[in-house]
Design a protein around this ligand. Structure first.
Ligand code: ADP
Ligand code: MG
Length: 315
């Protein structure tokens, strides 16, 4: 019986044994394990990510453990999320192959995905935005990704039978949906254990949010749409930390929150993150790049604003 017939969290050593037992992975390395490099890079909140490479090839292994990584075992979270992430990556990859890393291997028992390594100079978009880099193709690429994944999984394109079958399948991702309901639509508006803000500077602002009943009514409306509207297969966590970029390439990763929900949740998350990036620019300015062109509304160089306009069909 294989060593991996039941769930086992992997480390940099045991991962090599695992790869040797999986032809779809070891063949990527031409079965050559002498010059292998394995590095755990997970800077994400939830899972472990290993980069595996040798002179012949490379891939990424992402494994879900049965808890939230950045909090620890005190916050249990189903490792079945890896199953929904792999399903979503495959579906999105079919619909938008230029903007989603290819899945090479999935193991449900081990909650583990093997996928294309997005090699340097790919970096997380949020880091690029903070560094003040401009990405001229980003709006085109992200609108392609969203249009293709959202339209082609909605009833604008699919039959009722296909749609209901997929809605039912992704209903299984209930724990991750519940997490979003809590941390996006409930916690920020009340006193809650995992809320964090810069204190004391923003104490007043946080309090103002908690006491704004009209805002809470609006958010309750949005929460109800999020829970009830099975419109299309949404990514579910489409912030700038879920996109890897170079100037030429845009790749959407990390769809473990995917389910059938309102399209606006993805579109709004991405636009909202761009707006945050825009307003944080002056805080990130340094001598080398004073970001003046980003602070003042000078149309030609205000690329983040331009992109928001492009994505919002204002242009
Ligand atoms: P989590 O679900 O824990 O948030 P992510 O999927 O966001 O995990 O991955 C965490 C980090 O690992 C990313 O921020 C990125 O730096 C790196 N990473 C993830 N997938 C890849 C990939 N396919 N290629 C290169 N780096 C990746
Ligand atoms: Mg992530």
């Amino acid at each position: 019986m294989s060593n991996f017939s039941e769930f086992k969290p992997l480390n940099e050593k045991t991962l090599i044994e695992y790869i040797k037992s999986i032809p779809a992975l070891s063949s990527k390395l031409a079965n050559n394990f002498s010059d292998l490099s394995v590095k755990e890079v997970g800077d994400g909140n939830l899972n472990f990510v290993f980069i595996v490479s040798n002179t012949n090839g490379s891939f990424v292994i992402k494994q879900a453990l049965p808890y939230v990584r950045c909090i620890g075992e005190s916050w249990p979270m189903t490792k079945e999320r890896a199953y929904f992430e792999s399903l979503a990556l495959k579906e999105e990859g079919k619909l938008s192959p230029d903007h989603v890393p290819e899945v090479y291997h999935f193991d449900r028992t081990m909650s583990l995905i093997g996928m294309r390594y997005l090699e340097p100079p790919h970096i997380i978009l949020r880091k690029g935005l903070i560094a003040g880099v401009e990405y001229p193709l980003l709006a085109d690429h992200m609108s392609d990704f969203m249009a293709n994944t959202l339209f082609f999984t909605s009833l604008l394109y699919r039959s009722t039978t296909e749609h209901k079958r997929d809605v039912a399948e992704f209903c299984g991702n209930v724990e991750l949906c519940r997490l979003t309901e809590q941390v996006v639509f409930s916690d920020p508006y009340k006193v809650s254990e995992y809320n964090r803000w810069t204190s004391p500077n923003l104490d007043r602002d946080a309090e103002a949010v908690r006491e704004d009943n009209l805002l809470k009514l609006e958010v309750a409306e949005l929460k109800s749409k999020f829970c009830e509207r099975a419109q299309a297969l949404i990514h579910g966590d489409l912030h700038t930390g879920s996109v890897m970029v170079t100037r030429e390439s845009t790749q959407v990763i990390d769809p473990e929150f995917a389910f059938y929900g309102p399209m606006g949740f993805d579109i709004g998350a991405f636009l909202g993150n761009l707006i945050l990036a825009f307003f944080s620019q002056d805080g990130h300015a340094d001598q080398a790049n004073d970001r003046k062109h980003m602070i003042f509304f000078r149309e030609s160089t205000l690329w983040i604003c331009k992109m928001i306009r492009q994505l919002s069909y204002i242009d």
